[in-house]
Design a protein around this ligand. Sequence first.
Ligand code: ATP
Ligand code: F1X
Length: 304
Amino acid sequence: MIYTVTVNPSIDYIVQLNELTLGEVNRMDYDNKLPGGKGINVSRILKELGLDNTAWGFLGGFTGEFVKESLEKTGLKTNFTPIKADTRINVKIKAQAETEINGRGPELTKEEIAAFTAQFDKLTADDVVIFAGSLVPSLSDDFYFDLIKVIRQKGAQFVIDTTGESLLKTLPENPLVVKPNNHELAELFGVKLNSIDDIVKYGKKLLEMGAQHVLISMAGDGGLMITKDKVYRSYAPKGTVINSVGAGDSMIGGFTGTYAKTKDPLEAFRYGLACGSATAFSEDLADAKKINEILPMIEIEEYK
Ligand SMILES: Nc1ncnc2c1ncn2[C@@H]1O[C@H](COP(=O)(O)OP(=O)(O)OP(=O)(O)O)[C@@H](O)[C@H]1O
Ligand SMILES: O=P(O)(O)OC[C@@]1(O)O[C@H](CO)[C@@H](O)[C@@H]1O
């Protein structure tokens, strides 16, 4: 079974207006509320691909109720730990530019945290756990890392979509895949990356440090995959970008779900790319129809 972990889910409140003027009253042309959070997005993409998975995390209050109901309506399996405090609301403003205002997240009690972590005891070697998204203030920086140790003791696999020191620390535990974007990769090593050669050079370091597969996403410029034997490059298909929020999560979902099913990294990369672009070309996350429409447009070449 694949489990996704979203410790800090959200309602994504999407607001569209022609132009945002700071310091004035702005009127929306359109708004929408969607269940959000990176792990939840991964779960929704896995579901679109017909892959069985369960979403874990913390949900509370009227906002948490909205997220739970919206997900359950789609038939997604969930097992969220209930909390007293309200799940956050993240504001996504689509005006002359895309601006995001993400909440810090609710306080968790010791009992709530203990109830959540107890679930990891039942994992087996057949499971994959995908951690994605920010921590809430009441969780220590080592929260993911401590759970990853439990996962590895059980012989299960894990994927982690995070940045900085929290990512570097997990590499010796051999994540199935890591996917920084090109800017996050530069920040990780405190360098400027001026060419694809530079990106590949630093991407390879993540592999040497323990990652089983490395994806580097580059938004409208496509993506790279670095494996032990080869480096692959794909240019993104052209299309009208409607909402790129969640493109990275979609790529993780497409890659991990397909890899878990086929053990074929190239096929997994193909699905990861298709899911990422399909989301960028959709209002909400991509659905199965959009993903299947984009798949034949994905071209991957070996990068030498
Ligand atoms: N404008 C775009 N056009 C086509 N494909 C895109 C576009 N933006 C993203 N994609 C696809 O989705 C993949 C992931 O996108 P991106 O690099 O923006 O991830 P990210 O930075 O993690 O995104 P986010 O944090 O917004 O989810 C890209 O590698 C690419 O394949
Ligand atoms: O604040 P975090 O946890 O880093 O990111 C949360 C978030 O921006 O990520 C998703 C898109 O990737 C959204 O659904 C959600 O609002």
